[in-house]
Design a binder for this molecule. Structure first.
Ligand code: MSP
Length: 686
């Protein structure tokens, strides 16, 4: 039975920074799937959104001086604008700060507590704020020890620092579901794709044993408070994972969508264990999640267990793709290797970006983004292979047949059967790989047809056929095969490149791109006229210039504050000869508080200071700054810096000055160097 409905979700991203090409990858990948299934006649619900709670967001908001709510509201506007730019056809955008979601999360928590799946305990462990995750010592990528060998800190696998945190916490009894989860994996071996990742989860995380999971926090307040104990907020991952259900109305008044896309169509998956016990699982036939490998563990372990505890059918499929990395490793602003989608769309248009990301989508292992590859694929695969084929075809149909597309049976050449066979194979492969969400292979299948069609032009040499009136029928058949091949190609690329598919359709005179449930080669409609003059769908790019452009843009994204400091020796401008450190060290500079200050009788320049510089008694210093401080009494209480060990000298015959008050000279003016009032009198400066 084929399912009529299709539910696809992206991860909900953290709005803790501008989204980059990595986040765009999963969102476009889900968009392609949503569009593909719509074109295959299904009723699709495509969900995306933002994961807005947690300590990281709270900290980020504080940095910017906004409340967390103001901060996430601003970020949500930016993310929606990006999805609009990338023409993402989502049906709903969920934010974990949405009221309906928060209400259900709080209720679900209470339900799990009442059921005994959640209990209150004490947690102590290594916590990474950036990952919002606790780690055991053995999970840390690096540990720091003191002289006695005790662990005093460390670094999480993500590279973020961890700190030792102890807090009262609620725990989810994952251990109770260990066997169930193992059995589910056995009963539904297609749950995770690619399949290799399924084994990775089972062997590395599930079979070694599941520890109970801390599911509340008291270290921050930006989250959903626990109803029965509001000093705790719900752990961000429990809050986040539930979005997939609440977005459809789970736990709310109107559950129509939840029934249509989740509970409405289910199937039983079963497995018999070594003791003959039969395990049965109810799987929601239309529920599909897509994530990258970084969050596979949350989705393949915690999420099914939450669903089991809530008695909700389990997801049909969890697609986990690899990461896009850069030639110098992970994308990072400080390395200056982050690529933002806006720049690429602005310069080259949307379709090349969607094509590039999906053609290179890291399915199993990680993929590398390189500017060379980006420009190369646009030039060779889009402009040359596809763009030229369309141009030549439209031009030839105009030239030889006045724009009227001839019938496929107008004649026959030796190569017709082969191009038909290649097209049929390409369509079959394409569907097979689209179903596996292996876009690189699906697109490869399409490009095999494009390559075959280009070769077909060389083989049939229409310009030769055109010279012989007897070959008119065969020439017609060649033109019809070219047009038909392009029609098939346009259908197949439509989920990836909407604009290009539409242009091919319109240049071939076919109107709008239609559904493709029954797509086969050989259905080009009768009486169709191509456009009189086709326009190139992809401009050819100057490789060197464009590679340099992308590289510049990547480097420009490097934040100024994080630019590397190159410690080279620079020339100094000095007013006095250089001295040795030991010479400087002879000078005792101290913090002193002004106890009294007045003008010196008989002098325009001098002020007489009484100072507490931490000596047994107050000392007196005369300073020539009267011109700059006409109201000396205002200086009382200030803390200044003095040279304390300067040999005392007599001034104006009767005054002894015991030191010197430091001031800075600028444009002939003097300003006292003051010290923060919290610094005790007599503190030594150095
Ligand atoms: N908020 C959690 C997800 C909760 S879902 C219930 C989260 N957010 S995230 O902002 O860190 O997004 C992680 C996801 O972004 C990855 O799983 C992947 O889909 C996408 N990517 C982020 N960087 C990526 C690459 N470099 N390459 C490919 N995908 C990347 O985790």
């Amino acid at each position: 039975m084929t399912e009529k409905n299709f539910y696809i979700t992206t991860p909900i991203y953290y709005p803790s920074g501008k989204l980059h090409i990595g986040n765009a990858t999963t969102t476009i990948a889900c968009d392609v799937l949503a569009r593909y299934h719509r074109l295959m006649g299904k009723d699709v619900f495509y969900l995306t959104g933002l994961d807005e709670h947690g300590q990281k967001i709270e900290a980020k908001a504080a940095e910017t001086g906004l409340t967390p709510q103001e901060y996430v509201d601003g970020m949500a506007v930016g993310v929606k604008a990006l999805w609009e730019l990338l023409d993402i056809s989502y049906d709903k955008f969920i934010r974990t700060t949405d009221d309906y979601h928060e209400t259900v999360v709080a209720e679900v928590f209470e339900k799990l507590l009442e059921q005994g799946d959640i209990y209150l305990g004490e947690y102590s462990g290594w916590y990474s704020v950036s990952d919002e995750e606790y780690f055991t010592e053995s999970q840390l990528a690096e540990v720091f020890r003191d002289e006695d060998g005790n662990v005093i800190g460390g670094v999480a696998p993500s590279g973020h620092q961890v700190e030792l945190v102890s807090e009262e916490s609620y725990f989810f009894k994952l251990s109770k579901y260990q066997k169930h989860l193992e059995a589910f994996f056995k009963a539904h071996p297609d749950f995770i794709s690619p399949n290799s990742r399924m084994n990775e989860m089972l062997k590395n995380f599930i079979e070694p044993g599941l520890e109970d999971l801390a599911v509340s926090r008291t270290t921050h307040t930006w989250g959903v408070p626990i109803k029965s104990n509001p000093k705790h907020v719900v752990y961000v991952w429990i809050d986040a994972l539930l979005n997939y259900a609440t977005a459809l109305g789970y736990g709310q008044h109107d559950t129509t969508k939840f029934e249509q896309f989740w509970t409405g169509q289910t199937e039983i998956k079963s497995w018999t264990d070594e003791n003959g016990k039969v395990w049965e699982f109810n799987v929601a036939s239309n529920v599909n999640h897509m994530v990258a490998k970084d969050i596979l563990r949350f989705h393949s372990i915690y999420w099914p267990i939450i669903l089991m505890a809530l008695d909700i059918p389990l997801p049909k499929r969890l697609v986990a793709h690899g990461w896009f990395v850069m030639q110098d490793g992970k994308m990072s602003k400080s390395k200056g290797n982050v690529v933002y989608p806006e720049m690429l769309v602005e310069r080259y248009g949307l379709d090349p970006l969607r094509y590039y990301l999906m053609r290179s989508l890291p399915v199993g292992s990680d993929g590398t983004f390189t500017p060379e590859d980006y420009v190369g694929r646009i030039n060779y695969e889009l402009a040359n292979d596809l763009g030229n084929l369309l141009n030549r075809t439209v031009a030839m149909i105009n030239k030889y047949f006045n724009g009227q597309v001839p019938s496929l049976s107008a004649g026959q050449t030796d190569f017709d059967a082969d191009i038909e066979a290649v097209a049929t194979q390409a369509i079959a492969d394409y569907h097979k790989y689209m179903d596996l969400v292996d876009y690189p292979r699906a697109l490869e299948a399409v490009w095999s047809l494009i390559a075959r069609t280009n070769k077909y032009i060389d083989e049939t040499a229409p310009w030769v056929l055109a010279k012989d009136e007897d070959q008119k029928g065969n020439l017609g058949s060649v033109m019809a095969h070219l047009a038909e091949s392009l029609r098939v190609v346009a259908h197949l690329i439509a989920p990836f490149m909407m604009e290009t598919a539409a242009s091919i359709f319109s240049q071939l005179g076919l109107g709008e791109v239609s559904a493709m449930e029954d797509l086969t080669f050989g259905q080009f409609p009768e009486n169709v006229t191509v456009v009189a003059k086709g326009t190139p769908i992809f401009p050819r790019l100057d490789m060197d210039e464009e590679i340099a452009y992308i590289k510049d843009q990547m480097a420009a994204g490097k934040p100024a504050t994080e630019k590397e400091w190159v410690p080279e020796e620079v020339e100094l401008t000095l007013n006095k000869p250089e001295i040795k450190f030991e010479d400087f060290d002879q000078t005792e500079i101290r913090v002193a508080e002004v106890i009294d200050c007045q003008k010196v009788e008989g002098s325009d320049k001098l002020l007489q200071f009484r100072l507490d510089a931490g000596d047994a008694e107050h000392r007196q210093i005369l300073s020539g700054i009267a011109n700059f401080y006409p109201n000396p009494e205002e200086l009382i209480g200030l803390k200044v810096q003095i040279v304390a060990n300067l040999k005392p000298r007599k001034m104006m015959k009767k005054y002894v000055s015991q030191g010197m008050i430091l001031s800075a000279e600028h444009d002939g003016k003097l300003t006292l160097l003051t010290v923060d009032p919290s610094v005790p009198n007599g503190s030594v400066i150095g």
